[in-house]
Design a protein around this ligand. Sequence first.
Ligand code: ADP
Ligand code: MG
Ligand code: ZN
Length: 479
Amino acid sequence: MTELESVIGLEIHAELKTNTKIFCGCKNTFGEAPNSQICPVCMGLPGTLPRLNSKVCDFAVKMGHALNCRINKVSRMDRKNYFYPDLPKAYQISQSDIPICGKGSLDILVGEKIRTIGITRIHIEEDAGKLIHDADYRGTLCDLNRCGVPLIEIVTEPDLRSTEEVRVFLENIRSILRYIGISDCKMQEGSIRCDVNVSMHEKETPLGIRCELKNVNSFSAAVRGIEYEIKRQTAIIENNGHIERETRRWDDKKGISILMRNKENAQDYRFFPEPDLGTVILSDERIDSLKAEIPELPNQKIIRYVSEYGLNCSEAFLIADAPDKAELFEQCIVKSECLPRSAANRIVGEITKYLNDTGKSVWETKLTADELSKLCAAAEKGIVSSSGAKTVLAELIENGGKVEEIIERLGLAQNSDYEYLCKLADDVIANNQRSAEDFKNGKTNALSHLIGQAMKLSKGKADPQKVKEIILNKLKTEE
Ligand code: ADP
Ligand code: MG
Ligand code: ZN
């Protein structure tokens, strides 16, 4: 049997950060007292009428543009009927046959390969409430605050082939949602969730039967759930069994998927057009003006950073993921005083660490692109040592100021004067004849001893790179 390949398709739900809910004027907020953000409309009381929040359409269209989707100028809302205690109306208003956004695609960089993942559609819908299983109360409580919170559902084609691709894809989607400002994507608040569809097949043959995993509440759970499904399905196929079309629930705590329903008892939602809402109509001007609001997106930046500046995929992601870091990096390069590589190293390294530790954005620090660029240039030219540069950077972040002035004030200037370094090298070689001989006899690590001595003699002020070159030259010419 040839090797099996996994095939994955995702259905991603993201909560939109509009001010109000999708069909009523209730506030769209998280973390309020249970059942305090509700009204007759979102409680689903009979006789109430929904009104569509136009911001929800704008946000969905923006995501459609970001994912190169065809935007449908006319779309429709439908009722998806099912009973569950967190859904008092007993139907969810969603979009079935005609979603607001049709086919699109997203290019992502996975390792060193650009992969184009097909987008099937994006539609708008309302969220349901939340059940709270309370141990003290020994029963289940219902909080309807989340009823009517606007969602977009992004459905992908079955184009993903590994958990690595899924991880990168989801990270890119999250990054894009944040860039275009339509969702906070706070995992811990459940504002982005997905269903994952997994099947196995032999390469170059038709796709296999898929299982759908529900209840996947984080990206890492998606990866774990898919890994589990791949193992489970592979074992069945290798034992000559058949995969059944199933919906399974992912239990992330136990790390297993459990059968919810199969083909025989598949749910029939009895979709029909929502009679209480009109068709959704978008003008060309509105569609175009929303397109004009889309900036260069993180997935595009990642691909550009790798091809133009030689960063690797994960460095590029770390910078492009956050608009503030991306802007700092790009402005720094525009100044062109320093190499993109050295700006990237500092952003990925010390700056990211500082931002993570403090929870601040770049703009909440005193650091400017101008000074970062100057600092990188100073380090490249050996004006300041690498440890000195770290001190200067910390100072720039905390207190701001000018690079030259900080180097001066903290006495961090590094001596790269050629004559001085030659004299230093001569002294070191003269005082360490043994190491010099060792080096000439092929013990290459004797060189680091000599450099160490030079640094000591110069009280750390000598440029280690230049000292190394000079010592090497001297030892070679002495041979
Ligand atoms: P449903 O409405 O039952 O969820 P859809 O046709 O809308 O079915 O498909 C939902 C998801 O299933 C999509 O993300 C799609 O990419 C994925 N999918 C379809 N076929 C396969 C397959 N053979 N293997 C893995 N995923 C698949
Ligand atoms: Mg589905
Ligand atoms: Zn309401």
